[in-house]
Design a protein around this ligand. Structure first.
Ligand code: CMC
Length: 436
């Protein structure tokens, strides 16, 4: 049990005795009030739907300063990681706590590379899906099914099982995502190639075919690698909290990550990149830049139900640092592909400019988030819109598993079991059906 850094006292206006609670300092960021004994000693629960003020765990992995627009993985700013490191180094950092040296990086990459193939039976499992199934429906099924194929790494309480499950998940996600894509377009699956980088291998599995060699474009490879780095972790977001909650029951790592994939699918979370691109395409079809003003009026009208997708964030009340990096990558990719005049990119810039100057967005501190530009990059690379969230899931897998493993290794972890404020009927008796 931690020692209190200082104390907080809660007083009640109904004459009940006040209650003292320990407060702990974080290394950076807000301190937390430990309310664990509150119910036992006062009979009260706290009420915080959506976890607006609740730290659900202790973590040393990722830190976000939403006001500054700062994102740190294990203390390193995302800008430095995205510029000086690749995704394998980032995975090593998130999982093991430190950036690898040259030998550690080679060993880690070798380990991941040697687990990229999936059990051949997975192909038959995938074939049970409709060809037009949404890739996230397929991914939820495929990731959950891994536990049926890798029985030797399903004991979450065994550190060796956790370690090998982590490597398997990171290694196999690109293979599974590209299999889901190939299946949807009726092309043969491409087996992984171990001489390619993580991102290069994924590009080949997505866009190569067995009839000819696929040459990886280094600009697109780097862009994809950066997308992976930017999405690798984001502290206790909805899908990560889902993974933790699911894993807290002691279920196996594959099942817990499948729960994260399912949560990520929602349009308020990972599904926002798909929703954002659909929004831009729709706006383009309705008249493009000339119609931005009209569209913004709809966004600002609470009764319209229209949101500006790719804008706003629960934690960032400043520019999402990932959005700045994504915009940079977007420029590079469009230039490389000769798409500088891409109308959707121009439209996105026009929307962003208007939103950043509009009082509605300024007052609510709504800025572009990572999804605002990531869809344009992925679309330019040739990735279909409905695959975007699958790629987010691929990249976030390392964060999910690092957070899951951190939780299991924490001696203070318990099964997650929130309480409730009950507002339904008190006890009543069932009447005979003819008298109801
Ligand atoms: N467009 C229009 N209004 C918005 C938007 C938006 N995108 N986002 C927030 N608002 C308004 C909201 O209506 C509310 O206004 P009011 O105070 O007048 O009621 C105010 O801003 C605060 O919003 P909130 O809904 O209380 O904020 P939240 O923290 O609960 O929601 C969010 C955060 C990300 C769900 C929300 O901003 C949103 O739906 N954005 C669009 C979806 C999106 O881009 N999601 C990706 C998030 S980043 C990637 C990831 O982590 O998965």
């Amino acid at each position: 049990m931690k020692l209190a850094d200082y104390k907080a006292t809660i007083a009640f206006s109904n004459g009940a005795p006040s209650f003292e609670m320990p407060v702990y300092n974080g290394s950076i960021g807000p301190d937390v009030i430990d309310i664990r004994k509150l119910y036992g000693q006062t009979g009260l629960f706290t009420y915080d739907p959506g976890f607006l003020s609740t730290a659900s765990c202790e973590s040393a992995i990722t830190y976000i300063d939403g006001d500054k627009g700062e994102l740190l993985y294990r203390g390193y700013p995302i800008e430095q990681l995205a510029t000086n490191c690749d995704f394998m180094e980032t995975c090593h950092l998130l999982l093991k706590g430190e950036l690898p040296n040259t030998k550690q990086k080679a060993d880690f990459s070798h380990l991941v590379t040697n687990h990229t193939m999936v059990n051949e039976q997975m192909h038959f499992f995938l074939r049970g899906f409709r060809r037009d199934a949404h890739p996230m429906a397929v991914m939820t099924g495929l990731v959950g099914a891994l536990s049926a194929f890798y029985h030797d790494s399903t004991d979450i309480n065994n550190p060796e099982h956790r370690e090998i499950a982590a490597i398997r998940l990171i290694a196999k996600m690109p293979t599974l995502v590209s299999m889901a894509y190939k299946y949807s377009i009726g092309q043969p699956f491409m087996y992984p190639r171990n001489d390619l980088s993580y991102a290069g291998n994924f590009l080949r599995m997505m866009f190569g075919n067995p009839c000819e060699d696929y040459v990886v474009n280094p600009v697109l490879e780097r862009a994809l690698d950066r997308i992976f780095i930017l999405h690798a972790d984001h502290e206790q977001n909805a899908s990560t909290s889902t993974v933790r909650l699911c894993g807290s029951s002691g279920t196996n790592p594959f099942a817990a990550i499948a729960a994260g994939v399912a949560c990520l699918w929602g349009p308020a979370h990972g599904g926002a990149n798909e929703a954002c691109l659909n929004m831009l395409e729709q706006l383009q079809a309705q008249g493009g830049v000339a119609k931005v003003g009209e569209f913004m009026d709809q966004v600002k009208d609470k009764n319209s139900g229209v949101k500006l997708m790719g804008f706003g964030h629960r934690v960032y009340k400043n520019y999402d640092p990932r959005a700045t990096l994504m915009q940079e990558t977007c420029n590079e990719v469009l230039k490389e592909l000769g798409l500088e005049n891409d109308p959707l990119f121009k439209l996105a810039k026009a929307v962003e400019k208007i939103a950043l100057e509009d009082d509605y967005f300024v007052q609510r501190k709504l800025y572009p988030n990572v999804d605002f530009y990531s869809g344009i990059v992925q679309r330019a690379i040739g990735i279909p819109v409905n695959m975007f969230t699958g790629i987010f899931a691929l990249a976030r897998t390392v964060g999910w598993i690092a957070q899951l493993n951190e939780m299991i290794a924490d001696p203070e972890y318990k099964i997650g079991r929130p309480r409730q404020l009950f507002t339904g009927s008190p006890r009543r008796d069932v009447k005979d059906i003819n008298k109801r």
